[in-house]
Design a binder for this molecule. Structure first.
Ligand SMILES: *[C@@H]1O[C@H](CO)[C@@H](O)[C@H](O)[C@H]1NC(C)=O
Ligand SMILES: *[C@@H]1O[C@H](CO)[C@@H](O)[C@H](O)[C@H]1NC(C)=O
Ligand SMILES: *[C@@H]1O[C@H](CO)[C@@H](O)[C@H](O)[C@H]1NC(C)=O
Length: 210
């Protein structure tokens, strides 16, 4: 029997279709804390394709006795853990700073997307969304179909989070994309802390005096 490639492709589940990840600043990677909290099955699913959607993972987690729902927090950063992010990946931002972001839309799926700062303890979005695409995000079928301003954009660090986000890991910047037709969610997170402007100025003055 002989089948064309196009026919064989139609047999593949849609789970291989849409994919994305934040490339810059560096986003949370896979590591031992993910395995410990989300279990080896979820960890392996992310390792196989770290740009893939979350929806397949609750099922894997449910079958895994090592899965710890509260610690894994699967729907925030798709379960990727702060402890797995090397310390030098923690961004130090000040209020008002404009932060360039670069995302990798490996395979597009048209839908909505946004970027926000999330309180990692309560899972609440802090303040306003930093960026919102209500529709028309990641159209087309191949990587090059995505408009440049959906892949490379910037967000402004809001004021008022100096206390709440003073410690790395307490807050996270999350990029969240939903492909409408495939009903798939992609999340990628950057760890940061907010440094008070005065502190920076003091340090600068000290540096100048020295
Ligand atoms: C995602 O996976 C790719 C390919 O395995 C790897 O090169 C990259 O470092 C990974 N990125 C993160 C943030 O895990
Ligand atoms: C960050 O630290 C890791 C070791 O934890 C090191 O391998 C890597 O080169 C460092 N990256 C930068 C940008 O300094
Ligand atoms: C943010 O994006 C996600 C995924 O597209 C969506 O489910 C959520 O409703 C969006 N929230 C806002 C306030 O835009």
């Amino acid at each position: 029997m002989h089948f064309s490639t196009a026919f064989l492709l139609t047999l593949l589940p849609p789970t291989i279709l849409g994919h994305g990840l934040i490339l810059l600043p560096p986003s949370r990677p896979v590591g031992p804390a993910l395995v410990a909290n989300c279990g080896p099955k979820v960890a392996q699913d992310i390792r196989l394709d770290n740009t893939s959607h979350i929806e397949s993972r609750p099922e894997l987690a449910a079958k895994d006795p090592a899965y710890k729902a509260a610690k894994c927090n699967l729907w925030l950063c798709t379960g990727l853990q702060f402890a797995d992010n090397p310390a030098n990946n923690t961004q130090m931002w000040t209020a008002g700073q404009v932060v360039p972001i670069k995302v990798w839309i490996r395979i597009p799926h048209e839908g909505s997307a946004n970027v926000s700062i999330v309180d990692t303890k309560s899972n609440e979005i802090l303040g306003d969304m930093l960026k919102v695409w209500e529709k028309g995000y990641a159209p087309g079928t191949k990587e090059s179909d995505t408009p440049l301003d959906q892949k490379e954009f910037s967000v402004t660090v809001p004021a008022g989070l100096e206390e709440k986000c003073a410690t790395a890991g307490d807050c996270v910047l999350q990029w969240w994309w939903y492909g409408v037709a495939v009903k798939q969610t992609y999340e990628s997170c950057v760890d940061f802390k907010i440094v008070k402007k005065e502190v920076k100025r003091d340090t600068l003055q000290r540096a100048f005096k020295a």
